[in-house]
Design a protein around this ligand. Structure first.
Ligand code: HEC
Length: 127
């Protein structure tokens, strides 16, 4: 039994050791893509309320232009500064932004929140 567990552990360690360096390298080198990575998240969780004429608070998240323009009251993304961006505070549930998606709608996953933060910190590019 002990041997079996040991083998399992070794196998698991072996797998992660062989994947991790490559993944880390890709993450360090690549920029988050707005079109490929950010837009699908927004489409799934936000557009229902933030698109076109009926966009909540005038915030149209269906295009990069709309996203960067912000709400009727001002910008929600400060390029390069996720911590100061209302959009980031909103999805993270921090003070300074209404929690998004609101109410009982499921929050974004931590992975997706990090991805959006990274995209903002890399300059909120239309890439
Ligand atoms: C169920 C509808 C709904 C969904 C889904 C939704 N929002 Fe909102 N959003 C609203 C409403 C309503 C407001 C205005 C709330 C307010 O003023 O307190 C708002 C406001 C905002 C604001 C401005 C917040 C502020 O404090 O000024 C941001 C940024 C925002 N939403 C981003 C998002 C993002 C990003 C998503 C997807 C992850 C999302 N919303 C999903 C309804 C929604």
């Amino acid at each position: 039994m002990k041997t079996a567990l040991f083998c399992l552990a070794a196998a698991l360690l072996g797998t992660s050791a062989s994947i991790t360096p490559a993944q880390t390298k890709v993450q360090e080198e690549s920029k988050v893509s707005f079109a490929k990575e950010i837009q699908p998240i927004i489409k799934q969780s936000c557009l229902r309320c933030h698109a076109g004429d009926r966009a909540s608070k005038g915030l149209d998240l269906s295009t990069h232009e709309g996203l960067m323009k912000g709400t009727r009251f001002g910008k929600v993304v400060i390029a390069g500064k996720s911590a100061e961006s209302v959009l980031y505070k909103a999805i993270k549930g921090l003070p300074g932004g209404s929690k998004m998606p609101p109410g009982r709608n499921p929050s974004l996953t931590d992975a997706n929140i990090s991805l959006i933060a990274k995209w903002i910190d890399q300059g909120a590019l239309k890439n």
